[in-house]
Design a protein around this ligand. Sequence first.
Ligand code: ATR
Length: 270
Amino acid sequence: TDRYCVFGNPIKHSKSPLIHGEFARQTQQPMTYTAVLAPEDGFTDAWRAFVAGGGRGANVTVPFKGDAFALCDTLSYRAKRAQAVNTLIVGGNGRTYGDTTDGIGLVRDLAYHRVPLAGKRVLVLGAGGAVRGILEPLLAEKPSEVVVANRTVAKAEQLAEAFVDLGRIYGGGFASVKGPFDVVINGTSASLSGELPPLPETLFGEGAWAYDMMYGAEPTVFLQWAGPRGAKLLDGLGMLVEQAAESFFAWRNVRPETASVRTLLRQSLN
Ligand code: ATR
């Protein structure tokens, strides 16, 4: 039985053990997957101890994605772009390989819901670590343009600059945002505190989608705002399941089916 886990702080409410437990059951993989609380200043030691005890790989969540990035011997292209790692893999030679599956998780969730990206105008709200993690996979879908809008304007500008070699991407403040967009993705942590970035009324084009990378039992404030303005709504639950499926595939070379796990996870929120 191979051992996997998710490291975070806090970690109690993580849904990853539920998701990976279900993937393992469904694909009959001989593995365990647990949640591990690492001390804020002790991630690297926690990872080393896990590997010494036979651990084969792990997911990494807040606040350790940067620490995980720093300790890897080898990194995927998308992890280098994201400057973050959410998936650790112990290689045959004992070296640590790092990947990030958050961005591809978002793109796969959008595909699952038949949300087109190619040739579309996409607005991304926020310019923190969560947004940095999605830009490479997003630009790989060839949208006509990606606009990154952030409260701290300089951060949006710097982020756009860092990805400009991959496509048409612009950074700015909320005030300068000009709709209509086909897809608007909320990657700010404002939802956590029930806040909403100051957005213009005319953000959504005909048939547009509003996507919140957060999720919960109730729609986020961003989705509550977007619904009456005509957007079709998606929260980040599917992204969580799809990023997990990508990590699972990286470890086990088996692709789990996500539909039933989406249902299970949605039920677990109530
Ligand atoms: P994460 O890992 O979730 O991306 P982060 O790197 O701290 O966390 O980034 C948080 C993002 O949410 C930032 O874009 C932040 O805006 P600033 O760069 O201006 O700080 C944004 N954010 C947080 N609270 C917000 C609020 N109340 N209104 C608008 N944006 C907010």
